[in-house]
Write a protein that binds this ligand. Sequence first.
Ligand code: A3P
Length: 321
Amino acid sequence: MANLSLNSTLTTPNRDNDEKSLEDLPKARFWQTIDIYRWENSWFEPGLMKTAMAFRSSFPAQDDDIFLASHVKTGTTWLKSLSLCIMQKNHQKHDFDILTTESPHFHVPTIESTIYATKPSQIDLHDASSPRLLHTHLPYAVIPDSIKNSGSKIVYIARNPKDTLISNWHFLNSIMKQNQEPFPLEMAVDCFCSGVYLYGSFFDHVLEYWLESKKRPEKILFLKYEEMKSDPKREVLKIAEFLGKPFENEREVDEVLWRCSLERLKNLEVNKNGSFLFYVPNSSYFRKGVVGDWKNYLTSEMEERINQTSRRKFEAFGLFL
Ligand code: A3P
């Protein structure tokens, strides 16, 4: 079978419906820096959108695939690291730690971002022999039907909206506003709450996966960053069970949690240096990892605005973040 890499497979959309030109789509300025376009009720940077269209129209999901999914800055790097260790634990010698070899974002590529990768992904989409561990930031509405209809599993991580926004504010300022004034926080709150935001409304993104996970709990595991922080053992056991790779003993659990801890990952050479996506330093994925850090930044008006949006979108569906 042809050895097609992730990049070579996801090049051109082939569904008529997806072949929209950018001029047909609503456009907005994001973070005073880039134009984003509205497609399928979400907002995308053009390169990511094109790959997302190709992904949706041509991705061949397999029953044993595992997809990690998240909006941005909700704990993706942590989830990638944990899932990677869990999936590897029976196959590797005890002293081999895959996390020391490359960034977690290399080992578990974000499918639509691979066009910006500095190194080609090693994942072979046609290699049926091993379960593939992949990630996407795409909304549930946009992921391919082949994923939704196959036996593959999805693990989604959500985070408190205020911490998510502050985390992204730091992240985007560091990559889009280098040596410039940060993007005004009032304006960031405004685009966050209005939904004119990279990868679309955070609130709709989380809600869609939440509702799907309620409908199909065997298909989608819904995690919360705050619960992972407050009881990491319980949450990591849950992930391992869901992925069909239960832990054999307590020592294994402790080992995985230690390997994936923020302090450790942040200080690994592979994460301190280099850049897997050409515009994003590997180090920028690791900051404080503190629940409630938003209190150091948001005014009470900003807090209330986000709380109101959150209540309006989530409360009726029993979701509290
Ligand atoms: P803060 O900016 O609040 O510190 P993502 O991985 O989705 O980009 O999210 C990044 C956020 O997760 C950052 O939050 C980062 O510090 C935190 N993070 C990264 N690795 C982590 C880990 N191993 N454990 C806990 N939090 C982690």
